[in-house]
Design a protein around this ligand. Structure first.
Ligand SMILES: Nc1ncnc2c1ncn2[C@@H]1O[C@H](COP(=O)(O)OP(=O)(O)OP(=O)(O)O)[C@@H](O)[C@H]1O
Ligand SMILES: [Mg+2]
Length: 262
């Protein structure tokens, strides 16, 4: 059942059995804007262990996306260290970074970023094109991924034939298909109504229960409360870092919400 989710026992990532999935030390990020230098991250230190579910919060412009882009190897820090499963990412060139990104990291964004003329199954399968897998294996993984997000019966639908929540679930399936060590989600419920948001959080909670490490940016405390730990950014630094004391459980909450039809 949990074959798609990399856990500490997983043969996929089993070489790294230590608990720390990632660690950043004195992370700084500057953006040069003509004459001006924007100091987006100002010395961030944090360690995240396997199986954690972290909500990143903070005001607009506080550095959340900058931090996520560095964690996702989409961008490099100006200074400081980033260790991803013990690998010092700063020392890697572009090709190596792309390789790490494809193998170890799954991304989910606010806009679902699905290809519109492509079915749910084909969208999900896309990231496997870079993996050395034969066609049957790629297809099987995509089907399994869609099953994990509850969309086994929607494989042949195009994005326009799916609800917003279903489209986001396809995006989650696509993020899982290469069995990543970490799932990074930047405001994944930003475009969804509240019931659909809770449904998406139910999927995240179920995946986290199976051992997947999840880091999610949100502006909403209600959404952050589905995580296990919250980290609040302010002006490029971590202002607060604490475990969530009264956690919400999406599966329970959904039972009390009125159905809107599918
Ligand atoms: N590519 C860029 N070039 C120049 N400045 C940037 C760039 N990306 C971000 N910044 C600046 O860095 C700071 C942090 O931006 P970031 O996008 O990380 O904020 P955020 O916390 O994600 O905000 P939001 O909640 O609005 O998404 C901001 O002041 C922003 O203007
Ligand atoms: Mg942002």
């Amino acid at each position: 059942m949990s074959a798609l989710v990399a856990t500490s026992e997983s043969p996929v990532t089993g070489a790294h059995s230590h608990a720390s999935v990632l660690r950043v030390e004195e992370l700084h990020k500057y953006y040069q804007m003509g004459e001006n230098k924007v100091h987006a991250l100002r010395g961030v230190n944090v360690e995240i262990n396997r199986g954690e579910f972290v909500a990143i919060m903070g005001a607009s412009g506080s550095g959340k996306s900058t931090f996520m882009n560095i964690l996702g190897c989409l961008d490099k820090p100006s200074s400081g260290r980033y260790l991803l499963e013990g690998i010092d990412v700063a020392g890697l060139d572009k090709t190596q970074l792309a390789g790490i990104r494809n193998r170890k990291i799954g991304f989910v964004f606010q806009g679902f970023n699905l290809l519109s003329r492509t079915t749910a199954l084909e969208n999900t399968e896309l990231p496997t094109l870079y993996a050395r897998l034969d066609k049957a294996e790629r297809r099987a993984r995509a089907v399994e991924s869609l099953r994990l997000v509850g969309l086994a019966d929607r494989t042949d639908h195009f994005p326009s034939q799916l609800s917003g929540g279903q489209q986001q679930r396809v995006a989650i399936a696509r993020a899982l298909v290469n069995r990543p060590s970490i799932l990074l989600a930047d405001e994944p419920t930003g475009n969804l109504d509240s019931r659909t948001s809770v449904e998406v959080m139910e999927i995240f909670q179920a995946l986290n229960d199976k051992g997947l490490t999840i880091i999610l940016v949100t502006h909403e405390t209600d959404i952050a409360n589905f995580a296990r730990r919250s980290i609040v950014f302010r002006d490029g630094t971590i202002r607060r870092d604490e475990s969530i004391s009264r956690r919400s459980f999406a599966a329970e909450l959904i039972r009390t919400m009125p159905a809107l039809g599918d």
